[in-house]
Design a protein around this ligand. Sequence first.
Ligand code: ATP
Ligand code: ZN
Length: 286
Amino acid sequence: MDSLLRIAIQKSGRLQEGSLQLLKDCGLSISNGRDQLKSQARNFPVEVLFLRDDDIPQYVEDRVADVGVVGENVWVEKQRNNSLVRRLDFAKCRLSIAVPRGETYTGTNWLKGKNIATSYPTIVRHFLQKQGVEAGIHEISGSVEIAPGIGLADAVCDIVSTGSTLMSNGLKEVETVMNSEAVLIGSPDLEESKNYILEKLLFRIEAVQSARNNKYILLNCPNESIPKIQSIIPGMNSPTIMPLGKPGWSSLHSVVNENDFWEKIDLLKSLGAQGILVVPIEKMIA
Ligand code: ATP
Ligand code: ZN
């Protein structure tokens, strides 16, 4: 039988949609029916296993799956024998310590002798050790943010993205313990045939991620601005420049990064650029 790469993704929750979308953008055709445990891609040698995210590092260690998509926080917490294959640039959040809003927090010393409720005991233990602070850790599996309110703990360590959940529970964020995003983890000793499939998939992931971070830009400009504009938006190699029907003017096509996009647009306008079009890129291969 030909080799299949088994990829574990979250069955339901915050990572599921992003994981499936990434695989789809990589051209994999996957059906995910309700209550389905696994699904084989129709056009790529991959089988997707739908599992509880907390179990994925263990399943990868046990080689039930070859690779898996989990939050970095879960990967670090579980301390399994997995390697981080690639950061995936979605499900960004942080693991933070929060205390009741009314407390005067003076630094990690405040935590001394206190009780911290968390679903991430290993990460919190390491954090406290590094800070040289002794505190109790109370492990709970869900609704951590209510622990101080019901007298179960003095502080929490939990996932934060906007902070609104903390706020509505009367808590304030005081320390960032780690930043997290979705990551692809894998078994450190994949056999050659599976590694070959993984390499093909990683090539596609890179193309998808580059495309997501960049836009294709088209604009018209007076010829004398071309050198400056070219230095602002050099693109992947160098921009395409074509003469316009209007004498002394050209059309310039390039690629611009999402991060500094708006500043660049302002600069381009000040250099006389007109008719600026910005369009999404489907895939990008350097
Ligand atoms: P359960 O396993 O009980 O379903 P969970 O907290 O492990 O709960 P999710 O809430 O689906 O599962 O979160 C999965 C992962 O998504 C987390 O481990 C974290 O990496 C990431 N995540 C969680 N909350 C957010 C958020 N608000 N914004 C972005 N990413 C988040
Ligand atoms: Zn989970």
